[in-house]
Design a protein around this ligand. Structure first.
Ligand code: TXA
Ligand code: MG
Length: 348
């Protein structure tokens, strides 16, 4: 399949180009598009066959449900059986934005989207390009991150290209994504809403609206294997094995230096994903990706997946990643780093 490549201005997009991409979606095609979080791989969310194409192109496990993207809040009424007060409060505050709510679904929402669950995940993105595309398509757009399953999510159109060129109908390039980690997923069907995936809307921001929120047990435990379906697969992984250094009694800086010295002494080619503060303390032969200054979690989130992908074409045998504090976007960053490491965590 030939993949059409559209370039658009993120602020003042060519409506004709977006209309052409929307037409592809209506015809059952697969179109990758930018959102404020990561690039998504879109299909008509009411067309089960088109949605099946997403799973095929990504190599996505068939039991991991998709998010439906809408362009006005009232469209949730066409998808949700009921809208719990918690969902309404979150939506009022954080839509459009990097927040996905899980609600009971209406019967017409395809099983292809929900993988047979009686709930559906819905999001109204802030990205102008995303909203215009959805508006022009005139249907809810099912869209997971536009990466090959298991790989780091794409934050640029060229990331999408390297994973999916030739497998999808089109890619809309509107430059890099501002937030860089995926939306926060909140299950609003439980008596107390449950955080399923930390993301662009922080835990602190959820608490401010809800007063109380449960955290899925799979997120709470750092060393326990994740339990719920869709969380059991490898995610975000670079090609070489990665170890995550977390702060414990010992500072991550000391642990990093020790582990890296051992690996170098064993003759290994070593990569490191670290803060700006740590970068210049490492031996020169270490191939280093800097994600930003330690305190700036927003910058780190925006650079995270590019840093993880930067080792794809480098001959490293092992990668060490420096953990950060779990405040603000730090919670989402640490969640992705833990998964990317396959829970190979060093903490003393
Ligand atoms: O920021 C984002 O959310 C991006 C952009 C493209 O919008 N999309 C994204 O989709 O990250 P994906 O498919 O990579 O992640 C969707 C997450 C998965 O963890 C999935 O298990 C969960 O949402 N999910 C979807 N439907 C669900 C449901 N009914 N119940 C619980 N979790 C659900
Ligand atoms: Mg994904």
């Amino acid at each position: 399949m030939r993949t059409v490549y559209y370039q658009v201005d993120p602020v003042n997009p060519d409506r004709g180009v977006l209309a052409e991409a929307a037409q592809l979606l209506r015809q059952g095609g697969l179109v990758a598009f930018p959102t404020e979080t990561v690039y998504g791989l879109g299909a008509n969310g009411l067309d089960a066959q088109a949605v099946a194409g997403i799973f095929k192109a990504k190599g996505r496990p068939s039991d991991n449900p998709l998010i439906l993207h809408i362009d006005t809040p009232d469209q949730l009424n066409n998808l949700a059986a009921t809208i719990p007060a918690s969902a309404q409060a979150l939506i009022d505050k954080y839509w459009p934005g990097p927040l996905t709510v899980v609600v009971q679904r209406q019967p017409h929402v395809p099983n292809a989207v929900t993988c047979g669950l009686d709930t559906v995940a819905v999001r109204l993105p802030d990205s102008l390009i995303a909203r215009e595309l959805i508006r022009l398509a005139g249907v809810p757009v099912a869209a997971p991150s536009a990466n090959t399953s298991g790989r780091p999510s794409p934050t640029t159109a060229s990331d999408v290209e390297s994973d999916l060129a030739g497998k999808i109908d089109a890619i809309i390039d509107a430059g890099p994504c501002a937030i860089g980690v995926e939306s926060t997923v909140v299950d609003c069907t439980t008596p107390v809403p449950t955080l399923l995936r930390p993301g662009g809307i922080t835990y602190e921001m959820l608490l401010a609206v809800l007063g109380e929120i449960e955290v899925d047990p799979a997120l709470a435990g750092t060393l326990t294997a994740p339990r719920s379906p869709g969380m059991k697969y490898t995610h975000y992984a670079p090609v070489a094995p990665m170890f995550l250094i977390e702060a414990g009694q010992q500072s991550p800086a000391l642990l990093l230096q020790r582990e890296i010295s051992k690996a170098l002494a064993a003759g290994k080619a070593v990569g490191a994903i670290v803060s700006a503060e740590i970068a210049n303390t490492l031996p020169p032969q270490v191939i280093t990706a800097v994600y930003g200054p330690q305190e700036q979690t927003g910058v780190i989130a925006a650079n995270l997946y590019t840093a993880l992908r930067s080792f794809d074409n480098q001959a490293v045998d092992v990668i060490y990643a420096e953990g950060i504090a779990e405040q603000g976007l730090g919670l989402a960053v640490m969640n992705r780093l833990r998964k990317a490491s396959g829970y190979r965590i060093i903490r003393e």
